[in-house]
Design a protein around this ligand. Structure first.
Ligand code: F6P
Length: 404
């Protein structure tokens, strides 16, 4: 059975983190293999009308502004439904949708297209959070390019004021909704049914804004790496042991506070983390892709002994499942609880894993489509530092020389 098509309609006053949430939802869904896309009405407005509308454009009493905004909203809805009629699965309609009549318009269009709809409303009255959002993201928007920051902030506050006059929170009789209060401190879910919406509730329960680093690394070189054999449970080579020591020198100097340390349950990952001065947790979900009947073989042995398997994997590395083993899609599914835990944490974290596992986690943070994930470049003896920002992640890589 194919997935039901779904529209997530963002709701909330400006500067409540809707666009951040919309992108995060899209990234999570795409990573899990569901075609997801954000339709941001602000981008349609800027494309049609140019970026520099003053706050008065958003005044509900400004008939001209209202008409222009309705037109761009219509255009975004049209595009969104057309995309869903094709191969799209989850569309995220990112606009304020603060007035009930705006939401009724999207609702009725989705109902005619036989598409499910869930409102995702962000409610926040904490002035300091709103001010941070105005200064941290809104002033960088193309809407305020070249405008002096104080004037831009005043204009944006006036824009918020216009929306406040017409804001009606989503009511129970409007259908399914998820309300995030104070950026996820509290969550209210109403009439949430079906597989994907339920999964989104648990994802949203865990998300909060964190800027703490995530460090990702493969284990140090193993005896199997030296012999070009895959899988298994080998020890580190001498060079691999040198990487473990280099990591234990480098990271304590780099980390501003002690990170959580998560390793797989395999010897090469545990040995890589063992010199670090922090508590370590071994997690089976971080074990390397299981190569089934191919465990312990080299790629050339697989090519010679099982050419059909070798070619099938080369054709579709994402979906190919080793006989009695796993595919990348399987690995991504089993890593989902790790993503939830990574989203929930309030500390930096170091994950010591393996090629396929680190590729999959890295693909989530850097928003790579699933098809690209199995081909990402994640070399040995390289520590990847990811620093989450409002709209994604900044990346640095440190190639560490083994310390003998
Ligand atoms: O070669 C090291 C390794 O971790 C193997 O154990 C694993 O099967 C492989 O990398 C995964 O990489 P790929 O998906 O490119 O074969």
């Amino acid at each position: 059975m194919r997935d039901r098509k779904l529209v997530l309609v963002m709701v909330g006053l400006p500067a409540r983190g809707k666009t951040h949430l919309a992108r995060k939802l899209a990234r999570y869904l795409s990573w899990l293999g569901h075609r997801a896309r954000v339709f941001n009405v602000g981008s349609y407005r800027r494309a049609r009308l140019g970026p520099a509308q003053p706050a008065s454009f958003f005044d509900p009493d400004n008939a001209e502004g209202r008409a222009a905004r309705s037109l761009v909203a219509e255009e975004a809805i049209e595009d969104m439904l057309e995309w869903l009629a094709g191969d799209g699965v989850v569309a995220i309609y990112d606009a304020t949708n603060t007035a009930r009549r705006q939401r009724e318009l999207v609702s009725s269009r989705c109902a005619s297209a036989d598409v499910d709809l869930v409102f995702v409303e962000s409610i926040c009255d904490d002035r300091s959070v709103i001010e941070d959002n105005i200064r941290g993201t809104k002033l960088m928007s193309p809407d305020y390019e070249g405008v002096e920051p104080e004037a831009a902030a005043d204009d944006f506050r006036a824009r918020i004021g216009h929306y406040e006059r017409i804001y009606e929170p989503v009511a129970d009789d409007e259908g399914s909704y998820i309300k995030l209060i104070d950026l996820g401190d509290k969550l209210v879910a109403h009439r949430i049914e079906g597989y994907l919406p339920s999964r989104l509730v648990s994802f949203l329960l865990s998300t909060h804004v964190t800027h703490c680093a995530v460090w990702l690394t493969r284990h140090g070189e193993s005896l199997y790496n030296l012999a070009s054999r895959i899988g298994g449970n080998p020890d580190l080579s001498t060079r691999g042991e040198g990487y473990a020591r280099a990591l234990a020198k480098f990271l304590p100097e780099r980390a501003e506070q002690p990170p959580l340390v998560w390793t797989s349950t395999l010897k090469r990952a545990i040995q890589t983390a063992r010199h670090l001065p922090w508590e370590q947790h071994q997690i089976r979900a971080l074990d390397e892709i299981h190569a089934g009947v191919c465990e312990g073989l080299t790629y050339s042995q697989i090519e010679r002994q099982m050419p059909d398997e070798f070619n099938a994997r080369a054709r579709d590395k994402l979906r190919y499942r080793y006989p009695r083993g796993e595919s990348y899609e399987d690995v991504i599914q089993r890593l989902e609880p790790i993503i939830i835990a990574l989203e929930r944490r309030k500390q930096p974290v170091l994950v010591v894993g393996h090629n396929a596992v680190i590729r999959s986690l890295y693909a989530y943070f850097m928003d790579w489509p699933p098809e690209v994930c199995p081909h990402l470049d994640v070399p040995l003896h390289t520590l990847i530092e990811l620093s989450p920002t409002a709209y994604g992640c900044e990346e640095r890589r440190f190639a560490l020389e083994p310390d003998f």
